[in-house]
Design a protein around this ligand. Structure first.
Ligand code: DAH
Length: 367
């Protein structure tokens, strides 16, 4: 441990040496400190007014200096004190920094641990196809509409030209909300069987021209099988304007099918019946599996039935006549397609139930 030497020689060289010795001692002692209390002891040893090393220097060097050297020794002692004080403060700073560093070290993230993988979900295949269908029509200038899933008898049936007790209602049996016996038949609530009621809702809201597609969920009293589900999705379409013809219907749907299934797909229209269209048709596409040659999937016919469509029945326009839908001046076409049915074809899914079970092994195939 450093003790203050007596100075025999007060020459500048001897003073330099003495100061250098003192600082190397201070440096050596400062390296041995491990805590703040170590540092305090160290500080007191050097700086204490009573008998600290610097005080001793005052006494041993300065007071003992011969008169001629006093001035120079005094200057050096002051300078040395300032340096020593600064050095001692610095030691504390380093000590604190390394203590904080050690704490941070012990809390540090171990980047060699395997990470936690959070799989990112993907859009459900039914929604994906629904969006794809909607996008095809959006690109042709259609806007997108929606309507309620719990619908009145009026919108779901009556205004679509299914009068009460009409046999066409039997093909679209559904759940009615209980306890509505006191209401008029047309106001009774049911789970909508198709997205077609939004046709009327749209025409009530806006005068012609109309070009709209309506994606949504629908309900039917259909027994479950590989291709039927009591809850499924549809995309409805409606175009109303002056001079809309069956050609427009065919051209529009043919283009949409080519956009969805590829440009080699063909369409054909078969006579059908829907109360709200006249004439009505079922549209078929050439089998996307065999290209029309005939295979098990198309029951060897080469064609697959995909949607219902037709020219809007004047009786339907009559329900919205007040809003500019005069069937002697305007005409329109409409169509409705099942989204799952298209998804089944596009992705070659064997069972419609797979879409609803939420089995990740099935769903992740669409990632
Ligand atoms: N709503 C019909 C159904 O669910 C499908 C349909 C057929 C919609 C012809 C239409 C249409 O808009 O014109 O079976």
């Amino acid at each position: 441990m450093y003790t203050v030497p007596k100075l025999e020689d007060y020459s500048p060289e001897a003073l330099d040496r003495a100061v250098a010795d003192l600082f190397s001692a201070l440096d050596a002692e400062s390296r041995d400190l491990h805590s703040e209390s170590d540092w305090k002891t160290f500080r007191d040893r050097w700086l204490a007014r009573k008998n600290g090393v610097l005080t001793q220097i005052n006494d041993t060097w300065l007071k003992a200096a011969p008169g001629a050297a006093k001035r120079e020794v005094g200057r050096r002692v002051n300078e040395l004190k300032a340096r020593a004080e600064a050095a001692i403060e610095q030691v504390l700073g380093k000590l604190i920094a390394s203590a904080v560093g050690a704490k941070i070290d012990s809390d540090r993230l171990d980047i060699t641990l395997p990470g936690i993988q959070r799989p990112i979900g993907v859009k459900h295949p039914v929604l994906r196809v629904m969006d794809e269908i909607v996008a095809v029509f959006k690109a042709m200038g259609y806007s997108v509409g929606e309507g309620p899933e719990v619908e009145t008898d009026y919108y779901n049936f009556e205004s679509l030209n299914f009068p009460p007790n009409h046999p066409a209602r039997d093909t679209q049996d559904t759940l009615f909300i209980a306890g509505q016996e006191s209401k008029a038949a047309r106001d009774r609530l049911l789970l909508r069987t198709h997205t077609s009621p939004v046709q009327i809702r749209t025409m009530e809201q806006q005068p012609p021209p109309v070009r709209i597609v309506i994606p949504g969920k629908v309900h039917r009293n259909d027994p479950l099988d590989a291709t039927h589900s009591p809850v499924f999705h549809q995309v409805e379409g409606l175009a109303v304007d002056t001079n809309i013809t069956f050609c427009d219907l065919k051209g529009t749907l043919d283009h949409a099918m080519k956009a969805l299934f590829g440009s080699s797909v063909k369409t054909r229209f078969y006579p059908s019946f829907f109360p709200f269209t006249e004439p009505s048709a079922d549209m078929q596409v050439s089998c996307i599996f065999c290209g029309g040659k005939g295979c098990r999937k198309c029951k060897f016919s080469g064609w697959i039935e995909l949607l219902g469509c037709g020219m809007v029945d004047p009786n339907v326009f009559d329900f919205v006549k007040h809003n500019g839908y005069d069937s002697s001046k305007i005409s329109g076409f409409a169509f409705g397609m099942g989204v799952e049915r298209i998804a089944i074809l596009k992705y070659e899914v064997e069972e419609i139930q797979l879409f609803y079970e939420g089995d990740v092994r099935f769903l992740e195939q669409f990632a």
